[in-house]
Design a protein around this ligand. Structure first.
Ligand code: GDP
Length: 312
């Protein structure tokens, strides 16, 4: 037995997590999900990255939106609108069931990891999806005006505000999930894969938990990141916009610099070869745009092969 630990946010990360799930036996993959995007809305506990991962691996994700479920209906949303309630965060009818069930069970005292494990089992997801922590961590965004909640920035304001800083409220007190830290200590750890996710809002919340950076730096296996920047641009979402606003250059190299203290290998698109010439980490060039299912599997194999090569 060996184990691969994958760190992931939502859409970009879930693509590679799906690839990994198809080339590894289920018991050899642990997917650690960012929970910094989690929030409470309409009285419900919503965990967007966990759900994107869960729906993607269950084969029920909505391919058009990248969030929520396929074959969705919207009666709840329409009724909510009629009542004059808040409708900026879209919750489809099927998706709603996930949030209602999660909220009910969290209120009854179950942990987020236990609820997630059970929802995954019910949806037929074989590899384990583990929240980075069972304690609440909430990403906050400093805009030119004020600090705002992440989903206010991301969904309600559609990433329009200029980002000055990010903070992870609760991270000081939150404990990284013990199974996550234990996995990083395993002598048979094969690789840690940092999925192509937004470093600032999907991976750094995970890294902000006490002990995680040190555990990554000292773990037995190579730590491999896959660049979320292709051809100097983000495939989707605000990664590039954030880099500019934070005064960083928009490049694959910038992402590697954020992980410099623990990174052993960096999978970068052929298009970005020049931009990573100067970085200290070993670079593996590949086609990193995942359009088809095949692309996801191929890139997963590239990341694993990079780890295996570094290990030798
Ligand atoms: P979010 O939680 O929904 O924002 O999703 P993530 O943080 O997981 O992913 C957002 C990042 O994924 C963006 O920076 C995208 O550039 C990147 N991304 C999306 N699709 C791909 C892809 O096919 N290949 C690579 N390399 N990156 C991708």
């Amino acid at each position: 037995m060996s184990l691969v630990v994958a760190l992931s946010g939502g859409i970009g990360g879930a693509k590679l997590a799906l690839g990994l799930s198809r080339v590894l036996p289920a018991e050899e993959l642990l997917i650690v999900a960012n929970t910094g995007d989690d929030f409470e809305h309409l009285g419900l506990s919503i965990a967007p990255d966990i759900d994107t991962l869960m729906y993607t691996l269950a084969g029920v994700a909505n391919p058009e939106t990248g969030w929520g479920r396929r074959d969705e209906t919207w009666s709840f949303m329409a009724a909510l609108e009629e009542l004059g309630s808040e409708t900026w965060f879209r919750l489809g009818d099927r998706d709603l069931a996930t949030h209602v069930e999660r909220t009910r069970r969290l209120r009854a005292g179950e942990s987020l990891s236990a609820v997630t494990a059970d929802l995954c089992r019910k949806l037929g997801v074989a590899p384990r999806i583990l929240p980075m922590s069972d304690d609440p961590v909430r990403t906050r965004v400093l805009t030119e005006a004020d600090w705002i909640d992440f989903q206010d920035y991301f969904v309600r304001q559609q990433c329009r505000p200029v980002v000055r800083r990010l903070a992870f409220a609760g991270a000081d007190a939150a404990r990284a999930h013990p199974d996550f830290l234990a996995a990083l200590r395993r002598p048979d750890l094969r690789a840690v894969v940092i999925c192509p996710s937004n470093p600032f809002i999907s991976i750094e919340p995970v890294l902000s938990l006490s002990g995680v950076r040190d555990a990554l730096a000292s773990c037995a296996a190579p730590v491999i990141a896959v660049s979320p920047i292709i051809g100097g641009r983000a495939v989707k979402g605000p990664t590039a916009k954030m880099m500019t606003e934070l005064g960083l250059s928009v490049s694959a190299a910038t992402v590697a610099e954020r992980y410099a203290d623990f990174l052993d290998g960096y999978v970068v698109d052929h298009e970005d070869a020049r931009s990573v010439e100067h970085i200290a980490t070993r670079v593996f060039l590949a086609d990193t745009l995942m359009t088809t299912l095949d692309d996801r599997e191929t890139l997963a194999r590239v990341a694993l092969a990079a780890a295996d090569e570094l290990r030798r």
